[in-house]
Design a protein around this ligand. Structure first.
Ligand SMILES: Nc1nc2c(ncn2[C@@H]2O[C@H](COP(=O)(O)OP(=O)(O)OP(=O)(O)O)[C@@H](O)[C@H]2O)c(=O)[nH]1
Ligand SMILES: [Mg+2]
Ligand SMILES: [Zn+2]
Length: 384
């Protein structure tokens, strides 16, 4: 039905998912996860929104199959059509859903999560039950929000950038509360050094500065996610885009400018044709072992390819490009240490998932690739 296709497209569906659905869950009905709370999901389908829960088979799969996963906000899931028909017979969508005391109703059953196009994942090594957690799935743009006040922290921004790059989506830095900064240029410069090659957008929900620049990343069927510590103004920016108090916001603590963890769950909201995911500020943001660090620290990883020895530890080896850059003042020591720290963390993540061999191989190829790039640049010039 073309009408239901339109409705799906408005939720971010595209031709790639047609193929994924056909191969992973033929005959099932797609829906997109809007919210999750203690294993209960709100899901949007072509015919409306309603509650959903994982089927028995899905629970079984997730327990036994390492590749099977619980749904996350932004995920496309495959729903059992029979339950959906029952809902239609009962009068369409189920607005009373989730309200305590309402009678049991036909429930949408989630059979599986469709393969993700992109995923923002954090590691929480302290959490044995949830060592990694998908914060948002199938997003096009990851906004990393950090405020221009006492809470601004370059090292934290680098960590967020690593997670953002790792997702496979495009990161954009939003420097929030521009109205509070007496020297915004200083923040823009520092953020630029921490996130090389990434758009840095000063934003204020008080003056409206930068809101149109944020809006330019929204579009029909496009999904964006707002990430960043508590109190930086993520929900406020969503409200500014909506021109209405859609989401709850609250003041930050005066002593250290930190937030009060006002947003408590991840949530996908629709605005015009665009899809926006708001997330709660996190206390811990561990990085995964993947390509995120190499992308977030492209400047440093590019230098490593110029070290004389391919296994250079950047300590006392001759011909070390990293130490040369530090000596020349073109590389900041704090940034180097941040990179080394995240590398160690990624190594521990790899160890936890028995991925050390895979990690070594990936790094070996990355160095070879970068060395080839360096060689080509020297031979043919930078324009190549
Ligand atoms: N001066 C100023 N204050 C802002 C701006 N944006 C947000 N705030 C204030 O910052 C505080 C925190 O904003 P929230 O939007 O709740 O922050 P959040 O990032 O969603 O925080 P969590 O939900 O806890 O993760 C609120 O008091 C907002 O009014 C801004 O551009 N300028
Ligand atoms: Mg919030
Ligand atoms: Zn070196």
């Amino acid at each position: 039905m073309p009408q239901s296709r339109e409705a799906l497209r408005a939720l971010g569906w595209d031709a790639r998912f047609d193929e994924i659905l056909a191969s992973e869950a033929p005959g099932l009905v797609p829906g997109r996860i809007l919210t999750e709370e203690r294993g209960q999901y709100l899901v949007a389908t072509a015919t409306g929104d309603g509650p959903a829960s994982p089927s028995g088979r899905m629970r079984h799969d997730v327990e036994l199959d390492a590749d099977a996963t619980w749904p996350a906000v932004g995920d496309w899931v495959a729903l059992e059509p029979i339950a959906l028909e029952a809902i239609a017979e009962a009068g369409g969508s189920t607005p009373d859903a989730g309200r305590p005391g309402t009678s049991p109703e036909p429930h949408r059953l989630i059979q599986r999560v469709l393969s993700r196009r992109t995923a923002v994942i954090r590691r929480a090594p302290g959490d044995r039950k949830l060592p990694s957690q998908v914060l948002a799935a199938n997003v096009d743009t990851v906004f990393v929000v950090t405020s221009m006040n006492a809470d601004f922290n370059v090292r934290r921004l680098e960590r967020y950038m690593t997670v953002a790059w790792e997702s496979g989506a495009s990161p954009v830095v939003l420097l929030s509360k521009a109205d509070l900064a007496s020297e915004p240029e200083r923040f823009v410069a520092e953020a630029g050094a921490a996130a090389p090659g990434v758009d840095i957008v000063p934003v204020s929900t008080v003056t409206g500065e930068g809101i149109d620049a944020v809006r330019s990343h929204l579009g029909a069927g496009r999904t964006v996610v707002f990430t960043g510590s508590s109190g930086v103004g993520k929900s406020s920016i969503v409200n500014a885009l909506a021109g209405a108090p859609l989401l709850e916001t609250a003041s930050i603590r005066e002593d250290d400018a930190r937030g009060r963890h006002t947003t408590t769950r991840r949530q996908l909201v629709r605005l015009g044709g665009a899809l926006l995911i708001d997330t709660p500020g996190l206390r811990e943001l561990g990085v995964m072992d993947g390509d995120g660090i190499a992308a977030a620290f492209d400047d440093i990883e590019g230098l490593t390819a110029e070290c004389r020895f391919s296994d250079c530890q950047h300590r006392s080896e001759p011909g070390c490009a990293i130490r040369a850059a530090i000596a020349q003042g073109t590389l900041d020591r704090g940034r180097l240490e941040a990179w080394q720290k995240l590398e160690r963390e990624a190594e521990r993540a790899a160890m936890a998932t028995n991925g050390l061999a895979r990690r070594a191989e990936r790094k070996r190829w990355s160095v070879i690739q970068r060395s080839v790039d360096v060689h080509m640049r020297m031979k043919y010039g930078a324009e190549r």
